[in-house]
Design a protein around this ligand. Structure first.
Ligand code: CAO
Length: 538
């Protein structure tokens, strides 16, 4: 027997009277649970409203421009089955239990936001899962974006998703429940910070948004052969950003997980159009706007590698995925220049070796070149405060503290632990602390708080080799020092060549804050400090 179901605007947070931007349904359409009905756009966010019923659209009670709030009826759907509405069951969390037959029963597992350092009330900018998805431990659930970092929250449980307890724009902190997963015993990786026995709140009536549909481009028609409104996957903030720049998202190549368009993808597209490597939409002779030509940004090449030989496919580690996004953004957005310098560390290395010999007897921590570099960099940052600053819109924020990040190579990828208040620590303390932080990072035990708050970063490849390289600035910092292996070289002293131990320095700086003269002064001063470490005490 059929029934008519009112599909209403779900809980959309504090928003009321939100204008409808796009309408995706009409009378007579067949619609399923999670199909998008319309897009709403407040001054803060763009939200897509998914359908909560399956059936035939009998009435559409809104049009673009209408203002709606939670509870406004959008469409009426004629449904054949009573079970066609989406009511994810709310089950109390419980431990997996044995049935009488001895089989392991499935259990509701609460997945919560893990320790995310000092961050609280961090907005959810993307959700990668929906009710019914089968999820594994470590699969990404959602992306959180603070003003400092974008973080992907991995699942700590495996099973079928029974309820998604967050929606785009929600602000979450450690312990906030994200999912209710029906899993089996042994499928929970790490206990979520929320107590396991905590009752799981009833799922919010708002289903997670279905994949987003592109809004009609503000200035350009779609290119030939590409339908307007083709499916694109992007968070509301990215869609708002694209609209601000007049970018048609259907033209942008996505590099994020599940073909999600990232901010840097939009920037890369705009840069491509500006530099002429991508042809943007152009006005046609008829006054309309047409698509691009042969220089359109090509999608990432899809090659069937197996055609050419044996292959093995391994997913990128979570660290690589997250750092990859940060590195791409920093590479694209920062006009950076790398400046090279050679430091004569003959005396410093002899001093370090001597101290380590003395220290060996006392069993103290080994003094590393990294510790001396941190100390010297702090002194140089104090002399050149622009290097200890960050851009914030049109302002430059000068920091009065000296936290130094250092790149550490770990089996899972690159991480950057931070030595806090390095100006207040001795070289011995810096060596000990950086050694401990590097070990924790390599063991996968580094805490988020240990990787936040850096003012300046050192990337030392000295233990590996190399001559010079171009490190990428770690935004919102404005400079990074790269160091390679020191080698003995002949240096002319005015009368003869002398063998000197030379440390190659590569300083990359954000040209918006630091020009070439300042960067070179910094490098020269740093080299002086390293050549005669007594200067650090002055
Ligand atoms: N020149 C010559 N030798 C050097 C050197 C240099 N600049 N720096 C270190 N060494 C030597 C050390 O003295 C040590 O030798 P001994 O064992 O004989 O004492 C050896 O190289 C190994 O040092 P290390 O690199 O393990 O130790 P460190 O404290 O100097 O560095 C850390 C620590 C965490 C910076 C380093 O281990 C590391 O991970 N580096 C990689 C950073 C990286 O990947 N950067 C690239 C980022 S961009 O992709």
């Amino acid at each position: 027997m059929s029934q008519i179901i009112d599909v209403k605007v779900p809980d959309i947070g504090d928003f009321t009277d939100v204008p409808v931007l796009d309408q995706f349904v009409k009378i007579g359409d067949s619609i399923k649970v999670d199909d998008p009905i319309c897009t709403l756009e407040s001054d803060k966010a763009t939200m897509e409203v998914p359908c909560s019923a399956t059936g035939l659209v009998k009435e559409v009670l809104f049009k673009p421009g209408d203002k709606v709030s939670e509870g406004t009826v959008l469409i009426r759907v004629e449904s054949q089955a009573a079970a066609s509405t989406k009511t994810p069951p709310a089950q109390p969390a419980s431990s997996p239990t044995e049935t009488a037959s001895g089989a392991v029963a499935s259990a509701a597992i609460a997945v919560a936001v893990p320790d995310i350092g000092d961050f609280t009330d961090v907005p959810v900018i993307d959700i990668f899962v929906k009710v019914g998805d089968v999820i594994k431990v470590d699969d990404p659930i959602c992306a959180l974006e603070s003003d400092k970092a974008t973080m992907e929250v991995p699942s700590t449980a495996a099973g079928t998703i029974m309820a998604v307890l967050v929606k785009l724009g929600d602000k979450v902190s450690q312990g906030h429940l994200l999912l209710q997963v029906e899993g089996k015993a042994g499928t929970v990786a790490v206990a979520a910070p929320a107590p396991a026995a905590a009752p799981i709140p009833a799922p919010s009536p708002s289903a997670p948004p279905a994949p987003v549909k592109a809004s009609p481009p503000p200035v350009a028609a779609a290119e030939p052969g590409r339908a307007l409104g083709a499916l694109v996957h992007a968070s509301p903030s990215i869609r708002a950003y694209a609209r601000e720049l007049g970018v048609d998202l259907t033209r942008v190549s996505a590099t994020g997980p599940k073909k999600r368009i990232l901010r840097e993808d939009v920037i890369a597209y705009v840069k491509g159009v500006m530099s002429g490597t991508i042809s943007g939409p152009t006005a046609s002779a008829s006054g309309g706007v047409t698509g691009g030509g042969v220089l359109d940004l090509l999608p990432w090449p899809k090659v069937d590698f197996a055609k050419f030989g044996e292959i093995e496919v391994k997913p990128l580690s979570r660290i690589k995925k997250i750092s990859g996004q940060n590195l791409s953004r920093n590479w694209v957005m920062i006009p950076a220049v790398t400046y090279h310098e050679d430091a004569d560390i003959t005396d410093l290395e002899a001093f370090r070796v001597q101290l380590n010999k003395e220290n060996e007897k006392g069993g103290g921590a080994k003094l590393t070149m990294l510790a001396f570099l941190i100390k010297a960099c702090v002194k140089a940052l104090q002399k050149f405060p622009e290097f200890n600053a960050s851009l914030d819109g049109d302002n430059l924020v000068f920091k009065k503290y000296f936290n130094i990040g250092f790149a550490a190579d770990t089996p899972n990828g690159l991480v950057v632990p931070v030595v806090k208040n390095a100006d207040r620590k001795s070289v011995f303390e810096l060596a000990q602390e950086s050694g401990e932080l590097a070990k924790q990072a390599r063991d996968g035990k580094a805490k988020p708080a240990d990787m936040q708050g850096a003012c300046f970063t050192i990337s030392s490849l000295g233990g590996i080799g190399g001559t010079y390289f171009s490190p990428i600035v770690n935004a919102p910092e404005v400079a990074i020092l790269g160091v390679n292996k020191s080698v003995t070289k002949p240096v002319w002293d005015g009368k003869q060549f002398q063998p000197k131990l030379i440390l190659p320095l590569s300083l990359t700086a954000d040209h918006r804050v630091i020009d070439g003269a300042l960067a070179t002064r910094f490098n020269v001063y740093l080299a002086q400090l390293l050549a005669d470490f007594r200067r650090v005490a002055l």
